[in-house]
Design a protein around this ligand. Structure first.
Ligand code: 5GP
Ligand code: ZN
Length: 112
């Protein structure tokens, strides 16, 4: 069995609140939401980080999936943020690539 937390979520070994799923990607609520809307979009294929990603279509699909969900949940027009943390200085803690989508409140910039 994989040691990767998000591979375990994909396999159904760890329960999660799924929002969207197809053959290539899964979206689910972040367990420690930092905004009224905060979900993660991940590829079903294990990719550790943006540094080891090479599938442009799949990486692009993460963003378009986030946008589709934001529209479906009716917070796209007021705005939202998508962000991908990479490695230690980027704040990455789970080494299965994931796109954060945050919305439902005004977000400050730049991040700390
Ligand atoms: P990172 O810091 O790697 O960019 O983001 C990892 C995210 O995964 C964090 O926002 C964290 O709250 C979330 N997370 C960690 N463990 C779990 C879990 O077991 N379930 C869910 N739904 N989210 C998790
Ligand atoms: Zn994984």
């Amino acid at each position: 069995m994989s040691d990767c937390l998000f591979c375990k979520i994909i396999a159904g070994d760890i329960p999660t609140e799924k929002i969207y799923e197809d053959a290539e990607v899964l979206a689910f609520h972040d367990i420690r939401a930092q905004a009224p809307h905060h979900f993660l979009v991940i590829p079903k294929k294990h990719i550790a980080s943006l540094n080891t990603a090479d599938d442009a279509i799949l990486i692009g699909k993460l963003s378009l999936t986030a946008s589709k969900i934001a529209k479906d949940l009716c917070f796209a027009d007021e705005g939202y943020r998508v962000v991908m943390n990479c490695n230690a200085n980027g704040g990455q803690t789970v080494y299965h690539i994931h796109l954060h989508c945050l919305g439902g409140r005004a977000l400050s910039w730049p991040p700390g």
